[in-house]
Ligand binder design. Structure first.
Ligand SMILES: C[S@@+](CC[C@H](N)C(=O)[O-])C[C@H]1O[C@@H](n2cnc3c(N)ncnc32)[C@H](O)[C@@H]1O
Length: 201
């Protein structure tokens, strides 16, 4: 089974799945990313759009969010949520999105990074899409260990999908050309930030 089909099958149940204290954790992800009004934001693997309200709040509704996902089922649920006109959706794989380069101030990957089939390719593409000075934000609000055991327990196509160690993560981001890579690895919160150099292209 492909990842898209796996998440299609989860789409209608996704929002009802219990995630302890998730609002506070998602607010923290957005705060640590330093989102500002007027920014252009890409929400990769948006799912049902769980992160979008927190982004909109930080942007004070000014700016634009493009939310992409490979799962049509997830996007259908997200599309029913009546988000404002500055939120658009696109069915696409981040590794080959075809989006314009140097476009985004912030690119979020919330609870999606382990599912990327080719992580290096996805990171190179993300760097291409970021504006010089833009920031990549990879987050797992329930923590690295919890995500990894969840995937192992779920089995099937996600069984081997892992949040890499901090060391591997830093190597992957630096190999993709990101700078100032920072990893926050707490028991119940995992965050990776990496910037595209201001002079980069
Ligand atoms: C675990 S869900 C997380 C959804 C949402 N970010 C959240 O926090 O609730 C992962 C999502 O990423 C999507 N996804 C997986 N691989 C992707 C890729 N290569 N490009 C875009 N989306 C992807 C899946 O379809 C799924 O909707």
């Amino acid at each position: 089974m492909k990842h898209s089909k796996f998440f299609d099958n989860l789409a209608e149940k996704w929002d009802a799945m219990e995630r302890e204290d998730i609002g506070r954790r998602l607010s923290r992800v957005v705060a640590e990313a330093a989102v500002h009004p007027g920014q252009h934001i890409l929400d990769v693997g948006t799912g049902t759009g769980v992160l979008i309200p927190y982004l909109l709040e930080a942007m004070q509704e000014e700016g634009h969010i493009l939310a992409i996902d490979i799962s049509s089922g997830m996007l259908e649920v997200a599309g029913r949520k009546a988000f404002p006109a500055n939120v658009d959706f696109l069915q696409a794989d981040i590794a080959e999105s075809g989006l314009p380069e140097n476009r985004y101030d912030r690119i979020f990957c919330n609870a999606v990074f382990p599912h990327f089939t080719d992580k290096s390719k996805a990171l190179s593409e993300i760097r291409r899409l970021l504006k010089p000075g833009g920031r990549l934000v990879i987050s797992h609000p329930i923590g690295r260990e919890a995500v990894n055991s969840l995937h192992q327990g779920a089995g099937g196509v996600v069984a081997e999908d892992r949040v890499p160690s901090a060391q591997v993560m830093i190597s992957l981001l630096e190999a993709a050309g990101m700078i100032d890579v920072l990893v926050v690895d707490e028991p119940n919160f995992h965050l990776v930030l990496g910037d595209k150099a201001v002079a980069g292209s």
